[in-house]
Design a protein around this ligand. Structure first.
Ligand code: SDX
Length: 375
């Protein structure tokens, strides 16, 4: 048996994978060999989902069929919507997503079928339905009727439409589409590894996605984007940003959200795109104050701690400029990352072995049982 490695499985290589490559020193990210910079510039989220699941870019016909499958599977059962209405309005959107995805399996015709083909169909329905779940809760918690999905809009544009009731601008739809591409996969991050561990027991796609949602919810992982915006809202005046950061970083235990990464030792390659998008959408809305403040925070944090922005730093500023509520930022992350989770579930199932590590026991040995009346 090997000895205990660094805490948190740091630098432990668990298995091979053909889906995602990260170079933490150079700040490079590839999906199936394609640089995420190229995908952000030329691809769409729907095409990226196909690439992650099938391992190659789709032909025109493959893409058309895939887009149609995603666009025509967006509806969720009225019974699921009725169940959501029973939840307390204060239920957080990530709790609703975790509960909602569990319920979707009860209405999925392939729920009991773990074959590759059935898992791809379930992944397609989940990728199509999760935006509808997120947007439905936004309307229900505001006391409004959910807006039915529009199959003629792209996944990105349709989500913004279901959230706001208005068709988004070209820039907003493209910005959101690029954000979905950038969040789609990231090797063995905590939520993807949770999904793989679940799949490795030969459990199903829905259960693996619920495991991923549970892991992504934490502020050290997907929950960081929401925390960044709460920090920005707390600082309020951009002129106070520098002093806020310096004061808090003086406390060694303080973790400033949106910075640092277990793998990247330089800036996260996704951050530059999200910074640009946050400014572009902010400019269109006539308010770049949040993006400006985050830029100031980034300059100071990197100077003081030599740690760099990660994917969560600017995403919230871009979403806030599209009037998306702060507590919906992590569900938005999940709506994209379900593509990666599903790709890893398919890969795990294709060459499976139960994932079951060991621990080095450091507890008591040979304890003798003492009857209750003598304790
Ligand atoms: C995501 O894994 C992935 O790929 C995740 C993700 C994906 O796409 O799936 O990229 C998405 O989760 C991005 C990360 C979002 N989380 C945050 O922004 C939360 C804030 N970040 C930190 O909590 C931290 O950087 C982690 C959790 C992301 C990484 O933690 P590690 O690898 O366990 O690092 P650590 O906490 O042991 O810190 C190492 C050093 C420490 O300094 P020393 O005590 O050794 O002197 O770096 C410092 C820390 O003080 N440090 C930070 C910091 N991050 C690291 N100090 C202040 N603020 C931070 N954010």
């Amino acid at each position: 048996m090997s000895t205990v490695g660094k805490a948190g499985l740091e630098d432990v290589v668990v298995s091979t994978s053909e889906i995602c490559f990260i170079d933490g020193r150079e700040g490079k990210l590839l999906y199936r060999g394609f640089d995420v910079d190229d995908l952000a510039e030329h691809s769409t989220f729907e095409e990226t989902v196909f690439l992650l699941w099938q391992g190659h870019l789709p032909s025109k016909k493959e893409l058309a069929d895939h887009q149609k499958a995603l666009a025509t599977n967006r509806k969720i059962s009225p019974k699921v919507l009725a169940a959501l209405r029973l939840l307390p309005k204060k239920t957080t959107p990530m709790e609703v997503l975790r509960t909602g995805v569990s319920m979707l399996s009860s209405y999925d015709p392939d729920a009991a079928d773990n074959s590759h083909e059935a898992s791809v169909r379930k992944a397609t329905r989940l990728t199509a339905q999760m935006p509808t779940l997120v947007a439905a809760w936004e309307r229900i918690r505001r006391g409004k009727p959910p807006i039915a999905p529009n199959p003629r809009l792209s996944l990105a544009a349709n989500f913004l439409y279901m959230m706001t009731g208005k068709k988004p601008s070209e820039l907003e739809a493209r910005t959101f589409d690029i954000a979905l591409i950038l969040h789609a996969d990231h090797e063995f991050n905590a939520s993807t590894f949770a999904a793989r561990v679940t799949a490795a027991t030969l459990s199903d796609m829905h259960s693996a996605v619920v495991s991923g949602i549970g892991a992504l919810k934490g502020p050290l992982h997907g929950g960081a984007n929401e925390q960044v915006m709460l920090m920005v809202e707390k600082i309020k005046n951009p002129l106070d940003a520098e002093s806020f950061v310096r004061k808090n970083l003086a406390d060694k235990g303080f973790r400033i959200m949106g910075f640092g990464h277990r793998v990247y030792r330089v800036e996260d390659p996704r951050a530059k795109h999200l910074r640009r998008l946050a400014f572009e959408v902010g400019k269109q809305r006539g308010d770049t104050s949040k993006a400006e403040m985050i830029n100031t925070i980034a300059r100071v944090v990197t100077e003081v701690k030599k740690i760099y922005p990660n994917v969560d730093l600017f995403s919230g500023a871009a979403y806030a400029s599209m009037s998306l509520p702060t507590d919906q930022f992590t569900p938005i992350f999940a709506m994209s990352r379900v593509a990666g989770w599903a790709a890893h579930v398919l890969e795990q199932h294709s060459n499976n072995r139960l994932i079951r590590p060991r621990s080095e026991y450091t507890g008591a040995m040979r304890a003798s049982y003492v009857p209750l009346d003598r304790r």
